[in-house]
Ligand binder design. Structure first.
Ligand code: UDP
Length: 319
């Protein structure tokens, strides 16, 4: 089986590349290294069946011919992290929408299977817990930058569903909920790597708002096999599927837990959202996935706890 992973030098993409290579499959990583890093691929480089292309899929005319030579495309290239989304809205919208259009058009042309990574951000500020794929979504006004990410990823989902219906594209959308694990970097705002690096440096742990907001953190090693199973499932074609953990924790408890696990003397510092992001920033209070659809389709059940994730991150020399 030959696979193309766009965004394959990123945190999730590089774990996926390792998973596929370990199965004996071939992998081409395509990444513009805007947020991905070659060091993420250190375990892949030199392995038989692995190669990479550095560049932008929207600007390289050879993209189509590469797609024509693989069996499966995992489209993970996207703008990542709330910090980036808030500070570079043009890049966020264009990367998400133009890149996905290019990936879908090429895969549809050659009838290849495609997995498109979406996000729990698509649920916006919905309050019905847990979030289920057919729930209504609720966004803030377009003047609030955060929502551009949610809406651009929702457009990606519409695009895939439209290609599936109109061009018989065999594709599936995975809505990823706060996926974490070794190698995720703190630079784009993700809370767990930030708290770990702050705790290790005995610097204050920056809890935004009052810390009562909660999240569910899914281990990347639980999510990767599910992505693989979904893209190979005929029943999953044309579907949108939640992937993540349903173990919920508040951000304040998370900060305390990480500080204890690191054995750090860091204080906890509460930072108003307006200071952390921009004036008028809106956060989601809770975000819990209903993963019963993934369970029905592919038998998905997360097996790793938040403590397992923290243990694995702390043990990783590269994080
Ligand atoms: N957060 C925080 N301190 C940080 C970074 C993030 O309190 O240094 C909060 C953030 O406001 C959100 C949660 O942690 O409520 C998860 O943030 P992240 O950016 O990891 O993912 P999100 O769920 O916002 O996409």
């Amino acid at each position: 089986m030959r696979n193309l992973i766009t965004g394959g030098a990123g945190f999730i993409g590089s774990h996926l590349a390792e998973f596929l290579l370990a199965r004996g499959e071939e992998v081409i990583v395509w990444d513009d290294l805007s947020t991905g890093r070659m060091s993420n691929l250190s375990r892949c480089l030199g392995q038989p069946g692995f190669r990479y292309i550095i560049g932008d899929i929207t600007k390289d005319p050879s993209f189509e011919s590469v797609v024509s030579n693989v069996d499966v495309v995992y489209h993970l290239a996207a703008a990542v992290g709330v910090q980036l989304v808030v500070h570079d809205p043009v890049r966020t919208i264009e990367t998400n929408i133009v890149g996905t259009e290019v990936a879908l058009r090429a895969t549809a042309k050659f009838g290849k299977r495609i997995f498109v990574a979406s996000t729990s951000e698509v649920y916006g500020k919905g309050t019905k817990i847990p979030f289920s794929e057919e729930d209504d979504v609720l966004y803030g006004p377009t003047s609030k930058r955060r929502w551009n990410y949610a809406i651009s990823k929702a457009v990606d989902e519409f695009l895939l569903l439209a290609y599936h219906e109109s061009h018989a594209l065999p594709g599936v959308v995975g809505r990823l909920f706060n996926t974490v694990g070794p190698r995720q970097v703190p630079f784009y705002g993700m809370v767990i790597p930030r708290f770990i690096s702050q705790a290790r440096a005995n610097e204050p742990l920056t809890v935004y708002g009052d810390g009562s907001q909660s999240r569910c953190f899914g281990h990347v090693l639980d999510v990767i096999p599910a992505m693989h199973a979904l893209v190979h499932s005929d029943a999953a074609m044309g579907q949108v599927v939640n992937l993540g953990s349903d173990e919920e924790i508040t951000v304040l408890r998370l900060a305390e837990r990480i500080r204890d696990r690191v054995g750090s003397s860091s204080e906890i510092r509460f930072v108003p959202y307006d200071v952390a992001y921009r004036p008028g920033f809106e956060d989601m209070q809770r975000r819990v996935p209903d993963v019963s659809k993934a369970h029905r389709l592919i038998g998905f059940r997360p097996t790793r706890t938040l403590d397992d994730v923290i243990t694995d991150i702390l043990a990783d020399p590269g994080t």
